[in-house]
Structure formats: C-alpha cells, structure tokens
Design a protein around this ligand. Structure first.
Ligand code: TTP
Ligand code: MG
Length: 402
C-alpha cells in the first residue's frame, strides 16, 4: 500500500496548470497566442465559460460565467468550444512528468496534483530546485506553464500555488510563527472547505480574515461552530494539516480474515473474532484518512461452502462503531448451527478526504445536533483506541460492548 504518514519535515508541492484548457488551445493553434481566448459555450448560446486565457481575464471574464455575459465584457474575444478528449491527453502527459520526480503523486483534478517530494527532492538540489525543474520540463516538453506552491503540507501548498499565477512559484515558510503571519491577512475563504455560504455566515459574525480566527480561543470557536468544525478551523488558521498523499495505487479496499484451527462451533467465538477483524480494518482505514462506502462479511462453513454478504454505509464512515454495527447485522442474519471454518471482514469504496470538505454544514451553526455529538464521541473513542494500540499493540485494548 502506498500510503505515508507525514514525517516531521515533509515537503509537498501543489502544481496547477495555468488557464489549462485555454493554454492548450493557444499552444495547438498558434494564431490564438497572446489573444483573449474563451473556452466553453458559444457567446450566443446558453451555457458557461469553462476557462479563459489570462488575456481575457483582464476584461473580467472567468470560469463558470455565462458565455453571454462574457461576450458583453469581451466582444472581441475568440470563443472556442471544449475539446475534452484533448485536455485529457495533455493531462496524462503532465502527470507522467510529475511521476518522474516522485512516486507519491495525488491528482486532484484534470490540471492539478499534489506531489510529496520529501524523499526525492535532495536528488534535484532541494525543494525549490525540484519545483523549478518541473516547471521547466512542462514548459520545454509541453509548451505550457504551471504554477507551484511549496510547503510542509497539502493545504499550504495548494494555497500557495494560487498566489502568483501564472507561472508562479510560491514558497511557504516553515516556522509556525511565520506561517501564522503568512496566513493572517488572507480572507477566510482561502481556508479549504469554506464555501461561499459558509464564508457569508462567518462574515455575518464579523469574521473575514484568517487572523481573526487565530485571535479567537478554541473555546470561543467551539461555542460558535461545534467541536469538530472548530478544531478544523483552528488547525487550518495556523496552517496545520496532517493529511498524507493518497496515490492512485493506494488500496481501494481493506480486508482481514481468520481461519480457525479447528472449525468453530461456538457462535460467541465467531463474534469475538469478527469484532477483532473489524477493529483491525478500522485501524488500517483511519490513518489513510479515508472513509468506506461498503462493508463485506465472508463466512466459510465447515463444508467449505463460502458466502459473502455486503452492506452499504450511508454516509460513508471510518468509525469502528458503525463498522461493527454493520458487520454484526450481516453476521447475525447468517447465524446457523453449522461450524465456521473462516470469518472475514472488509471495507471497500474507499474515498479520500482529499477535497477537505469535512466542514461547515449550515444546519450545524448555532447548535450541534445529536448525530454530530455522537460522531464526535465515536471519533474520540477511535482515536484513543488507535493511540493505545500504536503503543501497546492490538492486544492493548479491548472494546467492552459491541
Ligand atoms: P482551474 O485550474 O481552476 O483553472 P485554469 O487552469 O483554467 O486557470 P488557473 O490558471 O487559474 O488555474 O481549472 C482547470 C480546468 O478545469 C480549466 O482550464 C477548465 C476546467 N474548468 C471548467 O471547465 N469549469 C470551471 O468552472 C473551472 C473552475 C474549471
Ligand atoms: Mg489551473
């Protein structure tokens, strides 16, 4: 499994192509270079702008704007339709370049990716030299430009890549005090996961800049947002983010099974075994900061007949409590007098929390509802169990009930 916990001095790059679709059009069609190119729906049709060249941005045109409005702002623009297949091909070429620098590449969208260069940057003369080499290779081989953020974590790297577009290289300081000063003047909206609505709600409370969150105590934040959101906001306000790179090859499912040395006739033993398997799976799932959509139960009877049963989890989870509930529901349905040879448990449909949208659900403002409180208790319990296991091994703690 290609998953890495962050060692203390990790270095991440966030690379984002500049005006991607428009830049590909300008490269493929030299007559478009230096001109305001607007990619998307035609100006006389319903539909929106996908993106536009930096020459067109000067007129106020931007992604997601209705094309008719773009035409009013920029009537002399050159309007071209999307060649989605072409952009996909170029995206693959860009990705292939990233992979020459590190195996730890996490694509985020068609034109951006995170790269963990902690282990490889020294071969290229350091973090900045690596970022510059990537920019140069993209320019030389693909005749395109990219902007890069260099930082100690994903969140800061993504924030930085956007700060000096196009063709920018922005390095975020490593000292916690300097990071706080770097973030303080930025609008709250720059905290990843805060959308327009949430920003508006924060604005209504007089909070518009990250520095204002830094100035609040965690207790104050908790009173306003509830514990989970407050902690997230507080961490991001100070530039803290522990998420690791999730690569394409990161396992898409996790499972464990146990074969009894002699076929098991005691149902309680089967249950205890399943509980242990579920906890192991949960313990592997949580560090990768992913949630599972489906649980799977496998049972092999003494006659070697094997059954698998599955159940969807809605919403997806990484909490032991919910995995246990689902696993036991499946097991209970299969209870019979037959001896059990093997029991297995797995989760699949793993999705990364890469988009970082844990966050602020409007209905959670004011008071935290019962479900959130329960979720938080489960998360706290899991974290405590994981910490004990890390120190004392999997025998270190046993759950009292299930
Ligand atoms: P972005 O990276 O957001 O935009 P960009 O690359 O065009 O410009 P920038 O220099 O600011 O990074 O998105 C990448 C591509 O995704 C973009 O070229 C077109 C497509 N896209 C849409 O189709 N619709 C949208 O609303 C956005 C934001 C992007
Ligand atoms: Mg881009």
């Amino acid at each position: 499994m290609h998953f890495r916990m962050n060692p203390p001095m990790t270095t991440f790059l966030h690379v984002d192509m500049d005006a991607f679709f428009a830049a590909v059009e300008q490269r493929d069609n030299p007559e478009l270079r230096g001109k305001p190119v607007i990619v998307g729906a035609p100006p006389d049709a319903r539909g929106v702008v996908s993106t536009c060249s930096y020459e067109a941005r000067k007129f106020g045109v931007h992604s997601a704007m209705p094309s008719r409005q773009a035409y009013k702002l920029c009537p002399h623009g050159i309007y071209v339709s999307c060649r989605t297949k072409r952009y996909g091909e170029v995206s693959k070429q860009v990705l292939a370049i990233f992979e020459q620098y590190t195996p730890f590449v996490e694509p985020l969208s068609i034109d951006e990716a995170f790269l963990d260069i902690t282990g490889s940057m020294h071969l290229r003369g350091g973090d900045i030299a690596t970022a510059e080499a990537i920019q140069a290779q993209i320019r030389d081989e693909l005749q395109l430009t990219a902007s890069i953020g260099v930082a100690g974590n994903k969140y800061l790297a993504k924030l930085a890549s956007d700060m000096n577009k196009p063709n920018g290289l922005t390095v975020v300081p490593r000292d916690p005090g300097e990071i706080a000063s770097f973030l303080a003047p930025l609008p709250i909206r720059r905290i990843w996961g805060i959308g327009e609505k949430s920003a508006a709600r924060l604005a209504a409370k007089g909070i518009s800049h990250i520095g204002q969150i830094q100035a609040m105590s965690q207790d104050q934040l908790t009173q306003i947002f509830g514990e989970k959101t407050a902690e997230h906001l507080y961490q991001r306000a100070f530039g803290i983010d522990h998420r690791a790179i999730v690569t394409e090859s990161t396992d898409k499912s996790i499972s464990n099974e146990h074969t009894f040395s002699t076929d098991c006739t005691d149902w309680e033993t089967v249950e205890r075994t399943l509980l242990g398997l579920i906890e192991k799976v949960g313990g592997r799932l949580r560090p990768s900061q992913r949630t599972a959509c489906t649980v799977h139960l496998k049972l092999r009877w003494s006659d070697f007949k094997t059954i698998t049963r599955q159940q969807r989890l809605d919403p997806p989870t990484h909490q032991d409590r919910r995995l246990i509930d689902a696993g036991f529901e499946l097991l209970t349905r299969e209870k019979s007098g037959q001896p059990v040879r093997l029991v297995g448990f797995g989760v699949s449909g793993l999705s990364s929390e890469a988009d970082d949208t844990v966050l602020i659900q409007p209905d959670l403002f004011g008071e935290a509802d019962v479900q959130q409180a329960e979720d938080e208790r489960n998360d706290e319990l899991d974290a405590a169990v994981d910490a004990i296991r890390q120190q004392f091994g999997s025998g270190g703690v046993k759950r009292g009930d299930w």
